[in-house]
Ligand binder design. Structure first.
Ligand SMILES: Cc1ncc(COP(=O)(O)O)c(C=O)c1O
Length: 467
C-alpha cells in the first residue's frame, strides 16, 4: 500500500491535488491511499481527485497526526494544526518508510509525502476464519450452545411455509412493539451486517467517523462505497472508553459499537447520546446489547435523538449466525432511505419466524437469564487468567480483550494445543499482542486459562507498542 500524505488549503481543486500527487508518485503506482487531516478529507476537491483515480481517501484527527514524528516539520504548520507536517505525519501514521519527503506544489499549499506502509489491517478478517476441526472455539462471539430447542422447532416449522415469498409484516410489528415504536421506524435485515451496507449505499457522508477498535464491517462497507472515513482511536490508557470530544465535530456520519467488539467496553448511554445532532446520522451497533443484563445503556428505545440509528442482531445470543437475522431502528425517513437499497425479500421466512419468536416476553426473559449467567461466567474467566496477561478496559459483554506477551506466537501455540482465539491485529488500533477470547462456561474457561498460563510462561515480553 502506498500512502500519499497530503496537506492542503481549504478550497483546493481536484486538478491541483492530482498535479501535486502526480509530481511525486511514480506513474502506474497501484494500491494508492490518500491520507490527510480529517477536515480536509471532506473537501470536495480531495474527494473528486480520489474518486477520479479510484484511490481510497482517509482523514485523521489532528491529535492523532500530532503524535507521529516527522522529518521535515514547519513551525507555522505546527502552530496551526499541532503536527509539523500534515503530509508526512499522515503518510507515516500506519508505519512504513518515507520515500519522498514533503514538497510544496504551486500556489496552493499542497505538500505530498509518500510512504510504503505495511498493508492496512484486513478488515474482512472475522473470528470464523480462526476455526478448524478439533479446535475449541473461543474465537467466534456466538453463544456456543444455541439456538435452544424451542427455537430450532420454530425454524423447522417455518420451512413448511418456504414455498411462499416471505412476509415481513408480523415480525416487523413484533420488533416495533418491543421497542415502543411505530412499524415504519423498523427495518428488518439479513443480520446487522446488511444494515451497514445499506447505510453505506443510502448515505453520501461528507465525513464518516468510525470509532475504533471496533467491528470492521461498517468501515469496510463505507470504504467499498467510496466514502472518506476517519478513524477515531480510543486509547488503551483510557480504558478504550468513548471520548465524545475525539469525534470530529463536522462528521455527518458517526459509527460506534455498544458494547464494543472487540474491547467489550460498554459506553454510558448518555455519552453515546451526546454524539447525536441534527444533520448527522449516529449509527450505534448494538449487536451485543442483549449480552448485558437489563441492557442499561441501549438507545434502541430512544426516539428523541436526531439521526439515531440503532442496529441489532439476533445472531449472537440466539446462535443464529447462519440464519442471518437482525434489524435497524431509527427515524422513519432514514429507515425508508435504507429500505430503498434493499433487494426484494431480503429476510428469509426462517429468519422472520425467529425474529417474531425471539421478541416475545418469554424469549426476552430467557435472553436476560442468559446475560446474567454470562456475567458470572465472565468473572470466572477473568479470575483464572494468568497474571502476565493484561485485560483491556472493563469487559461487559460475551468476550474479553487480552494483551498477551508475544501474542501472535501465543495464538499459534494455543491452536497447536486445540484452542482457537481471535487475533487482534486486524482491528484498527490493536496489535499482534491483542487476542479476543469468548466467554464460555466456567469449566471451559478454566481449562483454557490453564493452557494459556502454560503457554505464556515460555514467552518473551511484549512485541509491540500499544497505540
Ligand atoms: C459488533 C458486531 N456487529 C455486528 C456483527 C454482525 O452481526 P450479524 O451476524 O447480525 O450480521 C458482528 C459480528 O460479529 C459484530 O461483532
Amino acid at each position: 500500500m502506498t500512502t500519499v500524505g497530503l496537506g492542503a488549503v481549504s478550497g483546493v481543486t481536484a486538478d491541483e491535488v492530482l498535479a501535486a500527487v502526480d509530481a511525486v508518485l511514480p506513474a502506474a503506482t497501484v494500491g494508492v491511499r490518500i491520507a490527510t487531516l480529517d477536515v480536509r478529507a471532506a473537501e470536495p476537491g480531495l474527494r473528486e481527485a480520489a474518486d477520479r483515480r479510484g484511490w481510497a481517501l482517509v482523514g485523521h484527527p489532528a491529535a492523532e497526526l500530532a503524535r507521529v514524528p516527522v522529518p521535515t516539520p514547519s513551525a507555522r504548520v505546527a502552530a496551526a494544526v499541532g503536527t509539523g507536517s500534515v503530509a508526512e505525519a499522515a503518510a507515516l501514521l500506519h508505519g512504513g518508510t518515507l520515500t519522498v519527503p514533503k514538497t510544496v506544489h504551486g500556489r496552493v499549499t499542497v505538500a505530498v509525502a509518500v510512504a510504503v506502509a505495511p498493508a492496512d489491517p484486513d478488515l474482512s478478517h472475522h473470528g470464523d476464519a480462526e476455526l478448524a476441526p478439533g479446535l475449541v472455539d473461543l474465537a467466534v462471539n456466538v453463544r456456543a450452545d444455541a439456538p435452544p430447542p424451542w427455537l430450532r422447532a420454530v425454524l423447522h416449522a417455518s420451512i413448511d411455509a418456504a414455498a411462499a415469498y416471505p412476509d415481513p409484516a408480523p415480525a416487523r410489528t413484533a420488533v416495533a412493539a418491543a421497542h415502543g415504536r411505530p412499524d415504519d421506524e423498523v427495518l428488518l435485515t439479513a443480520g446487522a451486517a446488511e444494515a451497514f451496507v445499506l447505510v453505506a449505499r443510502a448515505l453520501r457522508p461528507r465525513l464518516a467517523a468510525v470509532v475504533h477498535p471496533s467491528f470492521t464491517e461498517p468501515e469496510a462497507a463505507l470504504r467499498a462505497a467510496g466514502h472518506p472515513v476517519t478513524r477515531v482511536l480510543l486509547p488503551a490508557d483510557d480504558g478504550r472508553r468513548l471520548d465524545p470530544a475525539a469525534v470530529p465535530e463536522d462528521a455527518d456520519l458517526v459509527v460506534l459499537g455498544n458494547p464494543t467488539n472487540p474491547t467489550s467496553v460498554l459506553h454510558p448511554a448518555a455519552t453515546v447520546a451526546a454524539l447525536a445532532r441534527p444533520g448527522r446520522v449516529l449509527l450505534v451497533d448494538e449487536a451485543f446489547a442483549d449480552t448485558v443484563p437489563g441492557e442499561p445503556e441501549s438507545l434502541a428505545d430512544r426516539r428523541d435523538l436526531p439521526g439515531l440509528l440503532v442496529v441489532r442482531s439476533l445472531t449472537k445470543t440466539w446462535g443464529l449466525a447462519g440464519v442471518r437475522v437482525g434489524y435497524a431502528v431509527g427515524p422513519a425517513p432514514l429507515i425508508a432511505r435504507l429500505a430503498a437499497q434493499q433487494p426484494q425479500w431480503p429476510v428469509s421466512t426462517p429468519a422472520l419466524a425467529a425474529l417474531a419468536a425471539c421478541t416475545t416476553p418469554e424469549a426476552r426473559a430467557e435472553a436476560e437469564q442468559a446475560a446474567q449467567d454470562l456475567t458470572g461466567w465472565r468473572t470466572t474467566l477473568l479470575e483464572c487468567l494468568p497474571p502476565s496477561v493484561v485485560v483491556e478496559g472493563d469487559p461487559r459483554s460475551s468476550f474479553v480483550l487480552l494483551r498477551v506477551p508475544d501474542g501472535l506466537a501465543v495464538r499459534e501455540e494455543l491452536r497447536r494445543r486445540g484452542w482457537a482465539v481471535r487475533r487482534g491485529d486486524t482491528f484498527p488500533g490493536l496489535t499482534g499482542d491483542h487476542l479476543r477470547v469468548a466467554v464460555r462456561r466456567p469449566e471451559v474457561s478454566r481449562a483454557f486459562a490453564a493452557v494459556l498460563a502454560d503457554v505464556v510462561a515460555g514467552t518473551t515480553p511484549y512485541t509491540s507498542e500499544v497505540p
